[in-house]
Every structure is written in C-alpha cells, then in structure tokens.
Design a protein around this ligand. Structure first.
Ligand code: T46
Length: 136
C-alpha cells in the first residue's frame, strides 16, 4: 500500500481569488489541536528526520514546493507538494524528511496533538528496530 495519502481540498474560488477551508473531521481526518508553519527554508537544508509515536498530521504546501520522503520501515516513497489545495496525511510511525524547498516555500502543518518532544523518535536505527518488531 502506498505511503502517499493525499487529500484534495475544495478550492472556493471566484474573481477575487481562491479560498480553502480546513475543518476538523471534515476534510482533515482528525481533531485539529495545533497548526504550525515553516518558511525561509533553504533547498540544501533538509528537515524532519524523525517519526512520531502517536501524532497524525496533514502537511500543506501553501506556497512554493517541497518534497517529502516517507518511510514505514519497509518502503520509502517521496512526493512533491506544490499545490495549496492538496494535503498530505502522515500517520504515526512514519519516518519523514522534508527537502528540496523552493525559495518561496511555506509548509503548513495541522496536527492532532500539542507539541510533545517525548512523542518524537529522532534516531533512524531506533525507528527501524521498532518497525521490524511491528512487521513480524
Ligand atoms: C514534523 C515535521 C513535518 C515547537 O516548539 N513547537 C512545535 O509545535 C514544533 C513543531 C516545533 N517546536 C520546536 C522544536 C524545535 O526546537 O521548534 C524547533 C524546530 O522543530 P523541528 O526541528 O522538530 O522541526 P522539523 O521541521 O524538523 O519537524 C517539524 C515537526 O517538528 C514535526 O513534528 O512532523 O515538521
């Protein structure tokens, strides 16, 4: 099964421009508890390099583009986000790396929990070991 789970948002556009509405348990598949966004990235400075024990998130590239690598311990897939009307759902226990940011990239993330450093798995070896138990 593909790791790339894209959600297409309805774009409510008219002659004034576009508007996209994101709502808990409607077009976002969880209760939104936190929103953060990142900008000012450089294309040669990737981010991420962790998995989350429980956190679920939807990533939306609201400006520009970037690539997201996802890894479930068995397979790796990369997707480019370049459309503000598309969200990428990333489930718990998926290793992610964000890279190849365009100069104008703004990456917004909706999360189903508050920030909690203890939810992060920041070592790839630890992640692989946990997933190898899971995959048996
Ligand atoms: C993820 C990817 C897609 C906070 O204080 N609160 C927050 O809500 C977040 C997300 C981060 N922070 C602090 C922790 C670090 O001192 O901000 C700093 C940068 O965070 P981090 O290095 O974890 O950023 P990324 O871009 O590597 O990862 C982020 C999220 O942390 C992570 O959950 O899935 O974006």
């Amino acid at each position: 099964m593909s790791l790339i789970k894209l959600i297409k948002f309805e774009s409510l556009g008219d002659e004034r421009g576009q508007l996209i509405s994101l709502e808990s348990n409607k077009n976002i598949p969880f209760d939104i508890k936190r929103v953060y966004y990142m900008h000012g990235m450089e294309s040669d400075k990737p981010r991420g390099f962790h998995a989350h024990k429980d956190l679920q998130q939807v990533l939306v590239c609201v400006s520009g583009s970037c690539k997201i690598l996802m890894d479930d311990g068995k397979q790796q897939e990369t997707v480019e986000l370049s459309d503000s009307s598309v969200g990428l759902f990333i489930d718990k226990m998926i290793w992610r790396e964000m890279h190849d940011f365009s100069g104008d990239c703004v990456l917004m993330v909706l999360a189903n929990a508050w920030y909690d450093e203890s939810d992060y798995i920041r070592g790839y070896d630890v992640f692989k070991q946990l997933m190898s138990g899971e995959n048996k």
